[in-house]
Design a binder for this molecule. Structure first.
Ligand code: KIV
Ligand code: ZN
Length: 507
């Protein structure tokens, strides 16, 4: 699909502003600067760095980002008041994004202004920004719930006052693509200034609505990494960009190969997990389990992959599970240098399916354990890292602390760490000790009690990712939660190291 005369769409990233408004997310100055650099490398056209009016700290961050000398334009958000705009100007940004509500409900209950007051504040404040020689992007907030004649009047006044871009916010995400197309078309017939689109995901249609706006003439899209943002979030940058590149054949400034690493950095710094089935950046976005799929992609990736994983910085993953097929499991084992015979492979597949039928998640550790049992090698027993001893301390007035002694490749080391609880402390101590062998990050930690009561057996399932992008799952079950966590972590690290070393040997 192509859109006549549209060659390039600008990407306005608001991860550091609307994204930071995600409930529960607060970023430090260092976090925001790190994300700004990543967005700059990714190639976004604009970085909305924050809202200087909200606090002195926020103003300092926006100013600091503006000073970084980034290629992307740096933008600050301001309400239509002199106080807010002066604070944004003070930050030396390239661009001010000024907003004021235009819907009846928000004019009355959010800012208590009459339509005439909204109109005159729009004109006065855009002129004020322009007199200071800055670019101005204007947002009539809640545009999609505004009365069209009034919205047109405000947009025309904004254009006349010198706004460089008019951004249309679907603030509470109530549009559907067809309505969005009509809406943008109608505005296009009244204003000449470029139109941008800003969609929220309350009904899960932020990306579809943004693309509908592009189809009818919007030349810029507001979006966030991982779809972060107020309530259900904003349109997700990675989905918008890949749809523009691959479905519409329209260019953006984005280097798509950095999408996954950017998503990981944002997820780590915000502490917000990305759902496994999220398009492009979710854990399962390039994972195949069922036999027909794994066989298909092994023979020809085009069978079940609309996007080449490398294009977004990912790797294909074939998953062992009850739906797994022989060829997928064979490929997975070959990846780590194991070549079972045909009969052995049949037995491995059968045992994996049996495990899956019992409702068990089949981890990489299970695959190795089953394989080792079937082919008689002690693959899963190989221990590059082993536990000698550990001690944990916790209490009401005590910072949870753990000290750990490990044997790494035959040599003993020890380390201590603190954490939010004993498990956090002990896992951090292990990661500290093993980071010279392999850098891993804990992606998932699940605790399940297998039997009832306070003496229940606790099963810990973890997922770790090493710096080569290998994701390994491991589990351990013990009556002691700390011990189960430690064992699962050490199992995971051993699996990563074995996989890493096999990959190196293969080259
Ligand atoms: O969703 C919204 O309306 C906003 C405005 C500040 C543009 O984020
Ligand atoms: Zn918003």
């Amino acid at each position: 699909m192509s859109i006549k005369n549209v060659k390039y769409i600008r990407i306005f990233d608001t991860t550091l502003r609307d994204g930071e408004q995600t409930p529960g997310v607060t970023l430090t100055v260092e976090d925001k600067i790190e994300i700004a650099h990543q967005l700059n490398n990714l190639g976004v056209d604009v970085i909305e760095a924050g809202s200087p009016m909200s606090s002195d700290g926020e103003k300092k961050v926006v100013k600091a980002i503006a000073k970084e000398g980034l290629k992307s334009e740096v933008c600050a958000l301001a309400r239509a008041t002199k106080g807010d705009i002066d604070k944004a100007i003070d930050c030396d940004v390239d661009l001010i994004h000024m907003f004021i509500p235009t819907s009846p409900v928000q004019m009355k209950y959010a800012v208590n202004l009459t339509p005439n007051q909204v109109l005159s504040a729009t004109v006065d404040m855009i002129e004020y920004i322009k007199r200071h020689g800055l670019k101005c992007e204007f947002s009539p907030m809640d545009a999609t719930r505004s009365e069209m004649p009034f919205l047109k009047q405000v947009c025309q006044a904004a254009e006349k006052s010198g706004a460089d871009m008019i951004n249309i916010p679907d603030t509470v995400g109530i549009m559907i693509p067809k309505n969005m197309s009509n809406f943008i078309q109608e505005l296009k017939s009244t204003i000449k200034v470029p139109i941008s689109i800003h969609c929220h995901d309350d009904f899960g249609m932020a990306v579809a609505n943004s693309l509908a706006a592009v189809e009818t003439g919007a030349s810029q899209v507001h979006c966030t990494i991982n779809g972060l943002g107020e309530r259900a979030g904003n349109a997700s940058l990675e989905e918008i960009v890949m749809a523009l590149h691959m479905i519409y054949k329209i260019k953006t400034g984005i280097n798509s190969r950095l999408l996954y690493s950017t998503s990981r950095i944002v997820s780590t710094l915000t502490g917000l997990f990305v759902q496994a089935n999220k398009a492009i950046v979710g854990e399962n976005a390039f994972a195949h389990e069922s036999g027909i799929h794994t066989r298909g992609v092994t023979v020809n990736p085009l069978t079940f992959e609309p996007i080449k994983p490398e294009l977004v910085g990912r790797k294909r993953k074939l998953v062992a599970g009850k739906l797994a097929g022989t060829s997928g499991i064979k490929t997975e084992l070959e990846e780590i240098g194991i070549k079972p015979t045909e009969n052995q492979l049949k037995e491995i597949v059968k045992r994996i399916k049996d495990l899956g039928d019992k409702g068990k998640m089949v981890t990489d550790a299970d695959l190795l354990a089953i394989t080792s049992a079937v082919i008689g090698e002690v693959i899963a027993e190989e221990k590059i890292v082993d536990l000698c001893d550990l001690a944990v301390m916790t209490g009401i007035k005590v910072i949870p602390t753990a000290s750990v002694r490990l044997v790494l490749d035959g040599i003993e080391y020890k380390a201590a760490e603190t954490g939010v609880g004993p498990v956090d402390a002990v896992l951090k101590a292990i990661q500290k000790l093993t980071r010279n062998l392999v850098k891993i990050s804990l992606k998932e930690y699940r605790l399940e009690a297998i039997t009832g009561g306070s003496n229940a057996v606790a099963e810990v399932v973890i997922k770790v990712e090493d710096d080569r992008g290998n994701v390994i799952s491991a589990r351990a079950a013990r009556e002691d939660i700390v011990m189960a966590s430690v064992e699962a972590m050490i199992n995971g690290i051993n699996k990563c190291l074995i996989k890493n070393r096999k990959q190196v040997n293969k080259k």
